[in-house]
Design a protein around this ligand. Structure first.
Ligand SMILES: C[S@@+](CC[C@H](N)C(=O)[O-])C[C@H]1O[C@@H](n2cnc3c(N)ncnc32)[C@H](O)[C@@H]1O
Length: 317
């Protein structure tokens, strides 16, 4: 943790400012210590370079496992592709020049694939996550001067109001108990005139069978699901057989990325999270309107997106 993060932190309980006690430093990073609220006295530990505003990873243990197992798979800097950079462009519509000199909140940072892009594009990024994915994110990018990684819950964010110029949440809000409430929880921390971009699951025809499978898979032990998800590695070749492959994919949908570890990761990511809500774009549009956002736009529109994925961005007034 970098001391300068105190400029934007506030107690998630009462909004008070923090006193910082440092127990151990390594280079310019605070390794261990404590943040105590000057107002209500509540204390939060800094452990292994990360401030911790939650005691457990609650319902996101599958993500704690996933992002530490597959910490490198989707990181452009580790897989020598620009896949995450392209995905960020499509899903948010933001370009490198939109990031420069801005303070940006990554809501549900995972292993840090998009925070990596934003920080390379010149933004100062604060990545929060409820899960122990934060360990992976810190390992991947946490020591950069313009990156801050925090373990915190979307519903109790530890920031001062109207702090961030931009915020984004890619593939996260639908994995909380209440997608709309999660969306609303972020808004107070955006500056007026700031923008919020989200990617939320929509409905797709292939969900019919995966929703049935999920009734079982979400109850199985995580390590077993890790092994079972590897079925995506050989199934790829079957799914690519004309006609028969499409039927097989419909009955047992698995990720179809050319990279074998990427499809293993994405299949695990589909079948294990406790919550996986799906929405429609008019529904998400309404959430933006209710929060009085303007300039609301849809991104990543192709033949599939209006059904399967909702990428939307708006400006706070
Ligand atoms: C599918 S992952 C996406 C991670 C990253 N945005 C990406 O695209 O690589 C969803 C993430 O949301 C996080 N998450 C779910 N509920 C959360 C909450 N209440 N507060 C913070 N993070 C949460 C999970 O821990 C997980 O890392």
């Amino acid at each position: 943790m970098k001391e300068k993060i105190l400029n934007f932190l506030a107690c998630p309980e009462c909004g008070g400012m923090f006193d910082l006690k440092v127990a151990a430093m390594e280079d310019l990073e605070i390794k261990d210590g404590c943040l105590s609220c000057k107002n209500c006295g509540k204390a939060f530990p800094i452990k292994d370079f990360i401030p911790r505003f939650v005691d457990t990873d609650k319902y996101v243990d599958s993500f704690s496992f996933e992002w530490n197992k597959f910490y490198d798979v989707q990181m452009d800097i580790l897989n020598n592709t620009d896949e995450s950079e392209k995905t960020f462009l499509w899903k948010t519509g933001w370009k490198p020049e939109d990031m420069k000199g801005k303070l940006i909140l990554d809501v549900g940072v995972g292993a840090g694939r998009f925070a990596d892009v934003v920080s390379r594009w010149g933004g100062e990024v604060v990545g929060i996550d409820l899960s122990f994915a934060v360990e992976a994110a810190y390992k991947n990018i946490g020591q950069r001067d313009n990156v801050h990684i925090i373990q915190a819950d979307i519903f109790h964010l530890p920031f001062r109001k109207e702090t961030f110029n931009l915020a984004y949440s890619i593939g996260v809000l639908h994995h909380t108990p209440d997608t709309k409430k999660a969306f609303q929880s972020v808004v107070p921390f955006l500056k007026k005139g700031g923008e919020f971009a989200v990617f939320i699951y929509g409905y797709g025809h292939y969900h019919y069978f995966s929703d049935i499978w999920r009734k079982i898979t979400t109850k199985l032990p995580i390590r077993l699901m890790y092994l079972l998800s590897s079925v995506a590695v050989p199934l790829y070749y079957i799914h690519n057989i004309p006609f028969f492959g499409k039927a097989a994919q419909f009955l047992l949908p698995t990720a179809n990325w050319p990279d074998r570890r990427w499809r293993w990761l994405d299949t695990f990511d589909w079948y294990t999270p406790k919550y996986q809500w799906k929405h429609t774009w008019p529904e998400v549009f309404k959430w933006y309107k209710e929060e009085r956002f303007t300039n609301i736009e849809l991104y990543d529109i192709d033949k599939e997106s209006s059904l399967c994925q909702i990428c939307m961005r708006g400006k706070k007034n």
